[in-house]
Design a protein around this ligand. Structure first.
Ligand code: SAJ
Length: 423
């Protein structure tokens, strides 16, 4: 069978390589010619994809990338993994989905299955894509062709859960379409969970990420409260976790980054307004999470002042700029926002991140400094902003003058914690 994957980013490329590895012929349709070229040369650009896997499927002819839809009618299944960004005022921008759907509609033929994987508001598949596909092709969904929605659940940097062993929810409004889509996904994914409509599957996805955003906001709010009450929020959370079944593993941080958690809940908020329904949790979670970089900046000031150092004369070593640990993605990273705030205060900031060699923030171009004892000792304050696993935190505590740990990564270390201030 031939699978077309539209959009070869951090969702599409791992999916395409997985399918090609198990024997599907995969036609990648990628609008960016540079990326298409890289793929056909076996050059990998997504860290969750193994270079050798990409090379194997490109060299054995199972996977190739093109930049247009001319050959999409060859495919039995067309999987759409294009971005669904939000505009500045948090309204969904479906332009990518609409344009690729129109292209597919022009080449649609009987027997094809089309599935959407991009995170979007409930209703996109049935209310936006279906009309375009039927009207332009003249074919009938559920009879001539099949349409379904199946959200990706890739967790960037997670080595344990991959595309193959992460449970896959699939939804379609027509029972035959649901049957066809479920069969397709079951060929490469261990556990597929069908639901009764595309809308339900769309809601599952935005709810999952809303759940994370709300719970992260809850522990962030607790952090600010503990700061007022001079309590250690990490001690409180760890002790609360001793409850049978514990509380979910959510922990404070300098804010919420990445392209999913800060944004996805607003798809639900936007759709709910159609029914004059206010999703208070979503708005509040966004508000609390967006406050955290400012809170880290204020706490940094306080720690410096307690040492008699004016922020404008301080030099700070920031440890970690990626939006979360053990990966190099620093776009929409709260750590970068903290750096920008400190630079505006006149603080001299240097950073070390094993995954991010260069960074441009607030008009400055910074490069990751080499982590020598000298670099650590000469900083007035070391700010741990991303808790990469490979850092030697015991040595960091030993050599640093003072540490502000915004991730609680040092709290269980068996060493002198006198120099550590926890968020
Ligand atoms: N964060 C906290 N405290 C926490 C958890 C996360 O401050 O307790 C921060 C992280 O540092 C990061 C941000 O929130 O800056 C988002 O982290 P994340 O791991 O929730 O989000 P992503 O975007 O890396 O990946 C998530 C996936 N996460 C997990 O499965 C753990 C999953 O929800 C989605 O599949 C994915 O977003 C997506 O693409 O929607």
């Amino acid at each position: 069978a031939i699978v077309a994957v539209v959009g070869l980013g951090y969702v599409g490329l791992p999916f395409a390589v997985e399918k090609a590895k198990v024997g599907f012929r995969v036609l990648g349709i990628e609008q960016n010619p540079v990326r298409a070229e890289q793929i056909n040369n076996g050059e990998n650009y997504i860290s969750d994809v193994k270079d050798e896997d990409l090379n194997e499927v490109v060299n054995n002819g199972k996977f190739q990338a093109v930049t247009n839809f001319e050959r999409v009618s060859e495919a039995d299944v067309i999987v759409i993994c294009v971005p669904t960004p939000l505009t500045k005022n948090l309204t969904p921008n479906l332009s990518y989905i609409e344009s690729v759907t129109a292209e597919i509609a022009n080449h649609l033929r009987p027997g094809q299955l089309v599935t959407l994987e991009s995170t979007t508001y409930p209703g996109t598949t049935d209310e936006v894509m279906l009309p375009i596909l039927e009207q332009v092709s003249g074919l009938e969904e559920g009879k001539d062709f099949f349409l379904a929605y199946s959200p990706e659940r890739v967790d960037p940097g997670n080595k344990r859960y991959t595309t193959r062993n992460t449970n896959k929810v699939v939804g379609a409004s027509h029972p035959v379409s649901l049957e066809v889509a479920t069969l397709f996904y079951r060929q490469t994914i261990l556990h597929v969970v069908p639901v009764s409509s595309a809308k339900a599957a769309e809601l599952v996805k935005v709810f999952e990420n809303t759940f994370r955003a709300v719970n992260i906001a809850l522990v962030n709010e607790l952090t600010i409260l503990c700061d007022c009450m001079n309590l250690n929020v990490w001690e409180v959370l760890d002790a609360a976790n001793t409850k049978p079944f514990g509380i979910m593993p959510f922990y404070p941080g300098p804010g919420v980054g990445g392209h999913c958690i800060p944004l996805d809940p607003h798809y639900l908020e936007w759709k709910a307004k159609e029914f004059n329904f206010n999703t208070h949790f979503i708005a509040l979670a966004g508000e609390v999470n967006r406050k955290m970089p400012q809170f880290v900046r204020e706490k940094t000031w306080r720690v410096l002042n307690q040492k008699g150092i004016a922020p404008s004369r301080a030099n700070i070593l920031v440890m970690g700029v990626a939006y979360k640990k053990d990966l190099g993605d620093w776009r929409e990273s709260p750590s970068v926002e903290v750096i920008e705030l400190l630079l505006k205060d006149g603080v001299e900031v240097i950073y070390h991140d094993p995954y991010v060699t260069n960074l441009s923030v607030g008009g400055f171009d910074l490069a990751s400094v080499e982590l020598t004892d000298r670099t650590i000792e000469s900083a007035d304050l070391v700010l741990i902003s991303t808790d990469h696993t490979e850092i030697d935190y015991v040595n960091l505590i030993d050599k640093a003058q003072i540490i502000l740990d915004t991730r609680g990564v040092t709290r269980h270390l068996d060493c002198n914690q006198a120099k550590v201030v926890l968020l």
